[in-house]
Design a protein around this ligand. Structure first.
Ligand code: MG
Length: 384
């Protein structure tokens, strides 16, 4: 199969970090880009639109720049949230979903419903809508490939292996800026300290989620849905160097791993070229001179990890609440309204107040999301 038989790309969240790196990979490998989408009518999106002169351009919320975008881009611009869903359903494409937030779920469902390949970077799709994504995969004939480095590692370790041979996955976590701290030290953490991530430069929410390990909790839930395994089969190990991107243990005790220096372009590239492999985006890998270390995560320092397992084991809409409550709690921390350790407490309160159900449709997920936000906001307000 030559590269021209590979599917053209729909890039959702084109102005974000994953979207930008996807376009870099696409340019280097000569992938056609048939649609790009951004949340706002930004200058960045306009610049991207001019680089891909044949691509449909979707703007979820054009604000007051609707006319300007229409006169610049003519008939290839589309407006409103529905335009992203339509783009995701473009037949015979690979849809890279780098949308940030709950809005990404609808696009994921549309991509799978149309039988497309979904290269998934939007966490909310599986964390909030896991049961719906499972159903869309079963019914739509689409294909789901992870973009997150840990899940890409596990996926790659599993290529060619029979399902029944998988015993356990071990997700690696950088441990964030508070690895090695004790729980008491965390009480006075400042926003600035929490925003300093040792390995990856990312947006504020995901950086805080990395500091609390809530991001890893989400990844545990994603692994459950992506690989069809129970929560007892998913472990987390702290690995500050982020060189081992995750491990897989097989039933015969053999453990494999995917290893390399952190670079999101690799998992993005694999998700769009699978099962093929093309040239690397960086210099050859060498481990000489690097020490790799691994630790158990301290449950007192990282209660969010425990909450992730708890919500995952409850299942259904509980993980949608986990995500929604965390978004409120993180915002309250960033706004200086609650302390760092309150994030987990606020999320736990919201989780305990929710009666989880198995979601039948996106309305059930959205109702759980609202429930999580309301209860988390009440818990934040009670703390002032
Ligand atoms: Mg990750």
């Amino acid at each position: 199969m030559g590269r021209h038989s590979l599917r053209p790309l729909v890039v959702l969240g084109a102005t974000g970090s994953i979207g930008g790196q996807t376009l870099e990979v696409a340019d280097r490998l000569d992938f056609p880009v048939v649609a790009v989408a951004g949340r706002r009518a930004s200058d960045e999106l306009l610049a991207i639109a001019s680089r891909y002169a044949d691509a449909v351009v979707c703007v979820a919320d054009p604000g007051d720049r609707r006319e300007e975008f229409t006169s610049a881009l003519g008939g290839r611009v589309r407006f409103g949230p529905a335009s992203l869903i339509e783009a995701a359903a473009t037949p015979d494409t690979t849809v890279v979903n780098g949308v940030v937030g709950a809005a990404g779920l609808r696009s994921s469902l549309a991509a799978l419903g149309a039988g497309n390949r979904l290269a998934l970077a939007n966490k909310e799709s599986l964390v909030a809508g896991g049961p719906l994504i499972e159903a869309a995969l079963r019914n739509g004939g689409g294909e789901l490939l992870p973009v997150d480095s840990e899940h890409s590692a596990i996926f790659q370790c599993l290529v060619g292996e029979p399902d029944a041979s998988l015993a356990r996955v071990i997700l690696t976590a950088s441990g964030g800026p508070f690895r090695g701290w004790n729980a008491d030290d965390l009480a006075d953490v400042t926003v600035e300290q929490a925003l300093k991530h040792p390995t990856w430069a990312m947006g504020p929410r995901i950086t805080i989620d990395s500091a609390t390990l809530m991001n890893k909790a989400f990844e545990v839930i994603e692994a459950h849905y992506l690989f069809g395994i129970s929560y007892d089969q998913i472990d987390v190990v702290v690995h500050p160097q982020s060189v081992v991107h995750s491990f897989v243990e097989f039933t015969d005790g053999v453990v494999t791993a995917e290893v390399g220096f952190p670079d999101m372009k690799k998992p993005i590239q694999y998700a769009i070229t699978y099962p093929e492999r093309f040239e690397a985006p960086h210099a050859p890998f060498s481990l000489a001179g690097h020490d790799l270390t691994f630790f158990e995560p301290d449950p007192d320092v990282f209660p969010c990890l425990r909450l992730g397992y708890e919500a995952g084991r409850i299942g259904g809409t509980a993980t949608a609440v986990l995500n929604a409550a965390d978004e409120i709690a993180v915002k309250a921390f960033l706004d200086g309204r609650i302390g760092f350790r309150d994030i987990a407490e606020v999320v736990e309160i919201a989780l305990n107040r929710h009666n989880a159900i198995t979601p039948r449709d996106i309305g059930d997920v959205e109702a759980a999301d609202t429930d999580g936000r309301v209860h988390a906001q009440e818990a934040v307000n009670a703390r002032r």
